[in-house]
Write a protein of this length. Structure first.
Length: 254
């Protein structure tokens, strides 16, 4: 598949899931307790500064992370291929009086001038990128010197037979009992074009950061957030719920 076709299928897939994406645990922020944990995680890694930061949320979806950062007082712009997902985010921003801006854009190649932002962030995005190396390079490009890239991701399919069996059982039950089970709608051609379809190991994420020339690369475990989310999972979802979850950060050299 060419790049245009890949991106079109990705957008269509997430448009189809937009209306109920936030209803799934680990997608939408469903409790004040979880929101507080995210705020604490961001406070520990955001670039130091005296005022609001200019933050780009790439692959922003319904704005789960960007709206938290906007609520913390930062200037947040979110881009995504899926208008359906962003429409949900726009509605949430309006309902909460937050100023996060949503605009169409390719997460792998943000449509902004060099050195525009203090921080580029994304959550659950790296696994769905056909060209992660190019994406990291472009995220660095739109950063100011001393700015940070923050990536939140995990590894939910390590390729082991036991993992695949648990995932299959969990998904089968979800299809039976849930009106809108969360599942990948990616076709075979698209799936084969994604190098991290089962998630991104921490070491692989660090490798992407290093290749992009980022410095001070650090990985922080988000296991405590995952444990908080697990309290709200259905029993069959817990069959394969103990996977790696982390935030990796890196600084653009001056």
């Amino acid at each position: 598949m060419d790049d245009k076709s890949l991106k079109s299928e990705i957008a269509d897939s997430w448009n189809a899931e937009a209306d109920y994406y936030d209803s799934h645990v680990s997608h939408g922020i469903q409790t004040g307790e979880e929101k507080k944990l995210w705020i604490e995680a961001f406070e520990a890694v955001l670039p130091a500064g005296n005022g609001p930061l200019d933050i780009l949320d790439v692959g922003c979806g319904t704005g789960a992370m960007g709206l938290i950062l906007s609520g913390m007082g930062h200037n947040v712009t979110g881009i995504d291929l899926s208008e359906g997902m962003m429409n949900i985010g726009r509605r949430k921003a309006k309902d909460t009086g937050l100023s996060m801006v949503f605009q169409s854009g390719d997460a792998e190649n943000p449509p902004f001038e060099d050195g525009t932002f203090d921080c580029v962030i994304n959550r659950h995005l790296l696994w769905t990128l056909p060209n992660p190396d190019a994406a990291l390079g472009n995220w660095c490009r739109v950063l100011k010197a001393g700015g940070k890239v923050l990536v939140i991701d995990g590894l939910w399919d390590d390729g082991k037979l036991s993992t695949k069996t648990k995932r299959k059982i969990s998904r089968t039950i979800a299809k039976i009992v849930e009106k809108h089970p969360h599942e990948s709608r990616y076709g075979e051609d698209l799936s084969s074009s994604l190098p991290n379809l089962g998630g991104v190991p921490e070491e692989k994420a660090k490798e992407y950061f290093s290749k992009a020339g980022l410095a001070e690369i650090s990985v922080k475990s988000l296991a405590h957030i995952r444990e908080n989310q697990k309290k709200r999972l259905n029993w069959y979802e817990k069959l394969n719920a103990s996977w790696s979850y982390y935030l990796v950060s890196g600084v653009k050299r001056g």
